[in-house]
Design a protein. Sequence first.
Length: 418
Amino acid sequence: MQSSQGQVLAGMLDAAEDASPVDAVEAVTRELGAALAARTVSFLIADLGGRALVRLAHVPFDDAGGARRNGEEVATVLPFDGGPAEQALRSQMVQVIAQPGGWTVLAPVTDRGEAIGLLEMVLPEEPTAQMLAEISRTAHALAFVVIANRRHTDLFEWGQRTTPFTLSAEIQRRLLPASFTCEASAFTLSGWLEPAASIGGDTFDYSLGRDVLHFSVTDAMGHGVASALTATLGVGSLRNTRRRGAGLVQQADAANAAVAEHAGVRGSYVTAVLGRLDLRTGTCALLNAGHVPPLLVRGGDAQPLRLPRNFPLGMFAEADYHHGEVELQPGDRLVLVTDGMRERAAASLDLLAMLRSIGHLHPREAVRALADAVLEVAGPRLPDDATLLILDWYGGHRRGRRTAAGADPRRASAPPPD
C-alpha cells in the first residue's frame, strides 16, 4: 500500500466533498486508484431488480456501446451470471481473479448488510492479505459516500432503474424504506417488492428504535395510481402515529380512519400486518388487518401464525382492532408476504416447502430467492405485486456485533460449491 488507511480515507472524504454530488463517486474512485496504484477502479451499483449490476460513466460522445444513455450519462447493465461479481455480493466476500491484464479485485460495497454494489479494481500485482483487508475497509467507506451523495441527485436512481417506472411505480417507490436490509446485533431484516405489470399497491416498511423494531407489510386495494394513492394514505398514517409513539392498535385505528375518510375511490382499503418487536425480550406483537397470516419458521418447520382477525384498514371506519403476540426464540425466522405470493398462478408455489429449503440463506438472499420462485411460476409479468419481509431473530440485543466491511460475515449466505 502506498499510503496508510487514514490517509486514504482522508483523501476519499476530501475528494467527495470537493466534487459535485453527481461526480463524487467518480472522484473518490480516482483517488482510490492513485492511492492503491490500481490500473483501473470503478464502482458498480446494484440495480433495483436485484439481478444485475450497473456501471455508471460520464461519456461525452455518441458511441455508448448499446448502453442506456441520459444525455452524457451512460449506464451499462451487467446481469448476474453466477460469476465472481454475483458471488462477491451474495457471500459478502472479496473475490480476486487473475487475468492477463493484472489482478481484478471485487469488494462488496455494503452498509449494515445492504448490498449497495461493488468496488472493482485491477491491480498490477497479486494483492496481499493486508491489501485485501484495506480494500474491504475502503469499499465500506465508499458505501457512505454513495449514501450521502445520492440524496442530492437522481443519477444513482436513474442508473439502477433498468426498466422505466410508471407514475404509480414512482409513487410506490417513495413509500419504501431507504434501505431494504438491516443487520443489528439481535436480528437481520430484509424486504423485497416484485412489482406487477400494473402496480398493485404493496409496501413494506421498518424502523429501529433503541429497544424496539417496528415493521409492516401493506397491500392497498386495486391497481395503478389509485392504489398507490391509497397506499400513500395508509403508510403515511402508520408512520405518523408510529413516530408519535403510538402502539399497534392506535396505529391501526388512525390508519383505518385516514383511509376511510380520505381515499379517493369509494370502498378503498388496505390490508396489513403490523409488527412491534421488543428487542430485549423477543416478544413480538403482531396485528393482522385482513392480510395473509405471517409465517414462522422454527426448527426447520414453517407454519402460519394464528392471530386475532381484524377488518382491513379503511373498510369500516368504526372497526375495532386487536393484536396477538409470539415469543421469538433464537434461530426463528418470521416471514410476512402479500397475497401476490399466494394468488392465481403464484398459488402453485409451495411456499412452506420453499421457506424450509432456503433457511440457510441470509434474509437479503432469501427474499430474492422467493421472488425468483414466484416469477418462475407466475411471471414474467405478475398479475399482482409480490412483497416479502423476512426477519431473522438471534437474541442478544445490545451485544457487540462482529462485522467486516459493513456486514456480519457469519450471517452471509455461503457461496455455492465450485
